[in-house]
Design a binder for this molecule. Structure first.
Ligand code: ZN
Length: 259
């Protein structure tokens, strides 16, 4: 008992010293510093234990902080933001930085979020006027939406000219064409083919084309946009690749500009 306490104390002290002198990782959202992040069923050492951010969230924040085109000072400050299925780790950032922060979700059975501004389906946003939103975000949302192409069309409609949509989607590494078979309706079949019981498809590299087809000018941001130092420090790429064939090892953040 006493020995364990001493061991834990020594471990914590060493961990503190190592993180202070620059070893370890740092969340670029909540600034949590630790020797390494936590793990989930898909990947080891990718989740910030403090705010719950994952690679897609930190890639987005890296784009906000380190790119010119998508710098938060340019696209978030003084803007109206519409955030679907609002990721908890990002809410505070948008609340503080934006002019108006609207959250939205379609309350499907089994999901609940606190204090949502709008209970709407992203593929049917009739309560929103044309050209009314500066930035629309939906991170890992479209794989749950039956009519995902209509969701893209609707996103284009509600955005102002010059407005930006930001999407992430689970995609199978190296898959060219999005795979969907509407005969897969059981949770077991969906887990087997798409990786999760409530996903309706697994995306491929053609997602960019889906966005282009509705009129967006698309930029795809991944870890290659950032220095190796930043990638390692903020864990913008999995430290260990998942061997699961349905895993998204190569995360991308899709920015679509409505010109
Ligand atoms: Zn964090």
């Amino acid at each position: 008992m006493v020995l364990n306490r001493i061991k834990n104390k020594i471990y914590r002290s060493i961990k503190k010293i190592l993180t202070q002198i620059g070893f370890g990782v740092k969340c670029n959202i909540c600034h949590n510093k630790t020797l390494r992040f936590g793990s989930d069923a898909w990947h080891e050492f990718v989740i910030c234990q403090n705010c719950g951010s994952q690679i897609r969230h930190r890639l987005l924040m890296a784009a906000f902080q380190h790119t010119d085109d998508f710098n938060y000072k340019k696209i978030i400050e003084n803007r109206t933001i519409l955030h679907f299925a609002p990721d908890l780790c990002l809410r505070n950032f948008f609340e503080v930085k934006s002019k108006k922060y609207l959250t939205a979700d379609f309350m499907a059975e089994g999901y609940s979020y606190d204090s949502i501004s709008l209970n709407i389906d992203i593929s049917m946003m009739s309560v929103l006027q044309d050209n009314s939103i500066d930035v629309l975000l939906a991170l890992d949302v479209l794989e749950h939406v039956p009519n995902h192409l209509e969701a893209l069309t609707e996103s284009f409609r509600v955005l102002k000219s010059g407005g930006i949509c930001i999407f992430t989607i689970p995609q199978k590494d190296g898959l060219d064409k999005t795979f969907q078979d509407n005969t897969f309706v059981s949770p077991e079949e969906r887990i087997k083919h798409y990786g999760q019981w409530d996903h309706l498809r697994i995306y491929g590299n053609d997602f960019k084309e889906f966005m282009k087809n509705v009129g967006f000018n698309v930029t795809v941001i991944d870890e290659n946009f950032f220095s190796q130092n930043l990638v390692n420090k903020h864990v913008l790429f999995p430290p260990i690749l998942s061997s699961n064939p349905l895993a998204t090892n190569y995360r991308k953040v899709y920015f679509g500009i409505k010109n």
